[in-house]
Design a protein around this ligand. Structure first.
Ligand SMILES: Cc1cc2nc3c(=O)[nH]c(=O)nc-3n(C[C@H](O)[C@H](O)[C@H](O)COP(=O)(O)OP(=O)(O)OC[C@H]3O[C@@H](n4cnc5c(N)ncnc54)[C@H](O)[C@@H]3O)c2cc1C
Length: 340
């Protein structure tokens, strides 16, 4: 019997597997897609996520950014990170670096689709593989989570993410967040990911094509016009409510464990931090501890993201950028609470 089986080899699954293998656990990852996987993502690693990557021994090529800029079409305001730069990094580069680190740690990766999960007092069984524990890292719509009946209904207003890579040299050393006047049109993020490429992510409560969404951000649309782009991607609904993160010997990590919104760009850093916590609980043979520790690790992010999300959908929305400009220390403090 192996020690830890990981369902899903995205960033959360690979981070979990790397930490586990390094702690001496025999670890197998089952991922349905081979190679370096692309996915709709803003691709901005906040400073704490960069530190977590270092702990994982993963060093992808990317573009450092020094903070966050908010823009509303009329004005802009920037806040610098106090604890070092963030990193804009393409998902494929991130995934390749994590795969390399997993290989170096001795993780076995199998290509396959995770099927039904059964468990007893001593272990779990998936696809004929028996393990002491299962980490479900199978993403936003986690089939393992659904199979365990842990999914809870989301809010009435749903949001989706739409992404595109554009072949243009980055023009800012910050991640830019453009706030559309109409709350339903949402926010557009621009992250520098290479010397000749930016990633654009739009979060919106409307469905539709990327160009349709981009039309709500006139200045950004004009800046991107005429530059080549890669095929668009989409993901959502973003909000995923989860009853709990531990059922017997199955522990949920990454987006599978629950997701608020991409508004504050925290998903990867939290996935990496939760992966460490999960492995601590497995090594201690105390899986139930993970729920409490997950809540503690993610509390600030969940509360702050939910707070910004509420403000963004309220009559306060038009005041967000002017208020940040009027009180730069407050804006900088909020940005750094999320970056730490
Ligand atoms: C539009 C958007 C913008 C974002 N921007 C940012 C950002 O700027 N910064 C940031 O930190 N985070 C951002 N995020 C969040 C970030 O993308 C996620 O938090 C992160 O990808 C979570 O990783 P994961 O491994 O949990 O899930 P995933 O990356 O989705 O990986 C799950 C893996 O499980 C596999 N899988 C699923 N089902 C099965 C199965 N049955 N069998 C085998 N394998 C399976 C999938 O193939 C996949 O590889 C953004 C998200 C979105 C949608």
């Amino acid at each position: 019997m192996i020690d830890l089986l990981v369902a899903g080899g995205g960033p959360a699954g690979l981070a979990t597997a790397i930490h586990a293998a390094r702690r001496g656990l025999q670890t197998v990852v089952i991922e349905k897609r081979p190679g370096a996987i692309d996915k709709a993502c803003g691709e901005g690693l906040m400073p704490h996520a960069v530190r977590e990557l270092g702990l994982l021994g993963a060093h992808p090529a990317g573009v450092p950014f020094r903070g966050i800029t908010y823009l509303d079409g009329k004005r802009s305001v920037s806040a610098a990170f106090a604890s070092g730069p963030g990193l804009g990094v393409r998902r494929t580069a991130l995934h390749r670096a994590l795969l390399d680190a997993a290989g170096a740690a001795g993780v076995r990766i199998e290509t396959g689709t995770v099927g039904a999960v059964t468990q007893d007092d001593d272990g779990v069984c998936v696809n004929g593989i028996r393990a002491r524990y299962l980490a479900a890292a199978d993403g936003l719509h986690s089939p393992v989570r659904a199979g365990l009946g842990l999914h809870r209904p989301g809010p009435a207003t749903r949001r989706w993410g739409f992404t595109r890579h554009v072949g243009v040299a980055p023009w800012s050393d910050c991640v830019e967040v453009y706030w559309a006047a109409d709350p339903a049109a949402g926010e557009a993020y621009v992250t520098p990911v290479a010397g000749d490429c930016v990633g654009v992510a739009i979060l919106s409560s409307r469905q539709g094509g990327f160009d349709e969404h981009l039309a709500a951000f006139g200045a950004l649309r004009d800046r991107l016009a005429g530059h080549p782009n890669e095929p668009d991607r989409a993901a959502g609904p973003l909000r995923q409510r989860v009853a709990r993160r531990v059922v017997g010997r199955v522990l949920l990590v990454g987006d599978a464990a629950g997701y608020v919104d991409a508004l504050t760009g925290e998903g990867l850093g939290l996935s990496f931090a939760a992966a460490r916590t999960l492995v601590d609980s497995v090594v201690a043979d105390r899986p139930a501890d993970y729920e409490r520790r997950w809540r503690k690790t993610t509390r600030r992010y969940r509360l702050m993201t939910a707070g910004v999300l509420r403000a963004s959908g309220s009559p306060l929305r038009p005041l967000i950028v002017p208020a940040a400009r009027l009180a730069p220390p407050v804006f900088t403090r909020i940005v750094n609470l999320l970056a730490e």
